[in-house]
Design a protein around this ligand. Structure first.
Ligand code: PGA
Length: 252
């Protein structure tokens, strides 16, 4: 199966207006220089910047997404944003279940399932994040934890078109530490098998699996050359044009 690589930047709660526009413009300019890229490049800015980044991305191949959405479509939820609103704004993707949301906002697998369902209903592509904590890794529970997260948060109607899964070991996020490439391949291959059991072989074969956690321009190529790694979810290294672009260039 030929899965098109996805290099996704998660800006988190970083970047003010002028820096965000400069970053998006820098990437849009680079993308324009390559005709048919081997990879899809996505940026997920904070809500405040989505609209202006979408303006910058028009007529380029730069995709724009959000970092979260609500479990419901609309209603009395002060301060929240629904998947339908993100679609209305022009987003094409939304990240759900990032470990920041799971740990700091107490999001459960069921919350994430509801968000992914809302995203799919709104015709957004959803990037569902899973990954073990350091304690879970040290007690050799990685596969068990990831299995429960996949079974609990991936919708039954997930397809290769509407769903991406990101494996992000919590201890690797922002720490400069990463699992070995063997460990990453083992978890990704287990995720693909679980998706095959749940959704069928063909669907699982088409779903892109991203690795995330301290990916940078130096280590990207190793991860991206693994058979079951179809891209990256990148935090810190997505905030610099040259570094993020270099990660994209590592897809080959
Ligand atoms: P990092 O973040 O690349 O800074 O480790 C990844 C993420 O949280 O998605």
């Amino acid at each position: 199966m030929n899965r098109r690589m996805l290099i996704a930047g998660n800006w988190k709660m970083n970047v003010m207006n002028s820096d965000g526009l400069a970053l998006a413009k820098g990437l849009a300019d680079k993308i324009k220089t390559v005709e048919d890229t081997l990879f899809e490049m996505l940026v997920c800015p904070p809500y405040t910047l989505i609209s202006s980044v979408i303006d910058v991305s028009l007529n380029t191949n730069l995709s724009v997404g959000a970092q979260n959405c609500h479990t419901l479509k609309q209603g009395p939820h002060t301060g929240d944003i629904s998947a339908a609103m993100l679609k209305d704004l022009g987003c094409s993707y939304v990240i759900v279940g990032h470990s920041d949301r799971r740990s700091m906002h107490g999001e459960t697998d069921f919350d994430i399932l509801c968000k992914a369902n809302m995203a799919i209903d709104a015709d957004l592509k959803t990037i569902i994040c899973v990954g073990e904590t350091e304690d879970e890794r040290n007690t050799e529970n990685t596969l068990k934890v990831v299995k429960n997260q996949i079974l609990g948060s991936v919708p039954d109607n997930a397809t290769a078109k509407n769903t991406v899964v990101a494996y992000e070991p919590v201890w690797a996020i922002g720490s400069g530490r990463t699992p070995t490439i063997e460990e990453v391949q083992k978890v990704h291959s287990a995720i693909r098998s679980l998706l095959a059991q749940k959704l069928g072989e063909d669907t699982a074969d088409g779903i892109r699996l991203l690795y995330g956690g301290s990916m940078n321009a130096k280590n990207a190529k190793e991860f991206l050359s693994l058979p079951d790694v179809d891209g990256g979810l990148v935090g810190g290294a997505s905030l610099k044009v040259d570094e993020f672009w270099a990660i994209g260039q590592s897809c080959s």
